[in-house]
Design a protein around this ligand. Structure first.
Ligand SMILES: Nc1nc2c(ncn2[C@@H]2O[C@H](COP(=O)(O)OP(=O)(O)OP(=O)(O)O)[C@@H](O)[C@H]2O)c(=O)[nH]1
Ligand SMILES: [Mg+2]
Length: 214
């Protein structure tokens, strides 16, 4: 019985995500679901990449957090359209709230829409929000054992951004181990080693993002 309930819930989420995809398609928008632990640097990556992406693309952000509009304020400060979704107690962005958030954006002006999920490696991986691509954000201070511990995200991700490489001299993290664990979970992701703080490695990630827009 319980299994049926969970299945129905997942199906309901998928149906709403499909509505979002349909709406985005009408306006030619590609959407990226950014998933990573709290503090891995999802917002910092947006702050570092959006000013360059908007030179050639229309960009916008949907920010998901349990509480506060802090991340949306950071995006607003760089002058990029943003809608904040606060999820209350939910540890992931529910697709229903993402669909509603589209009403706050001028979709005709957007080529690439970033959806920053709630900081969490587990639930956001299971619940689609109407994205075309998943980007997993992992940072070096989290350690090099996360891929095998949370394989679902890394199995599904189209790109894995290993952030905070500027901290490698100070933390225990073997990037080679992350790469070989990604192979082990059958990842097809493009891997980028970057620092949102210094800008190192961002050219490759930005090039990949630009390539997503036809
Ligand atoms: N040294 C260093 N610090 C970074 C880097 N990227 C982000 N940070 C710092 O890490 C902290 C967390 O960054 P955020 O961008 O807020 O992380 P987040 O993933 O958006 O966090 P949540 O929204 O809470 O899930 C901040 O203090 C950033 O300044 C980096 O590449 N190097
Ligand atoms: Mg954030």
């Amino acid at each position: 019985m319980e299994i049926r309930v969970v299945e129905n819930l997942l199906k309901a989420n998928e149906a709403v995500a499909a509505q979002t995809l349909e709406r985005l398609a009408k306006h030619g928008v590609r959407a990226i679901n950014m998933i990573g632990s709290a503090g891995s640097g999802k917002t910092a990556l947006l702050e570092a990449t959006l000013p360059r992406l908007r030179e050639s693309l229309g960009v916008a952000v949907i920010e998901g957090d349990l509480q506060t509009t802090r991340d949306a304020e950071r995006i607003d400060r760089i002058g990029v359209p943003v809608v904040q979704v606060t999820t209350g107690k939910s540890c992931h962005l529910p697709p229903q709230l993402v669909l509603r958030a589209l009403d706050g954006l001028d979709l005709d002006a957007i080529d690439l829409l970033f959806i920053e999920n709630v900081g969490n490696l587990i639930c956001p991986s299971e619940i689609p929000v109407g994205e075309h691509h998943k980007v997993a954000v992992l940072s070096t201070p989290e350690g090099d054992d996360k891929v095998l511990k949370y394989p679902m995200l890394f199995h599904l991700a189209d790109a894995v951004v290993i952030n905070k490489i500027d901290l490698l001299p100070h933390v225990t993290c073997d990037v080679g181990r992350i790469r070989s664990d990604l192979e082990q979970v059958g990842s097809r992701a493009q891997i980028f080693e970057v620092s949102a703080r210094t800008g190192e490695g961002l050219d490759g990630y930005i090039g990949w993002l630009l390539g997503l827009v036809g």
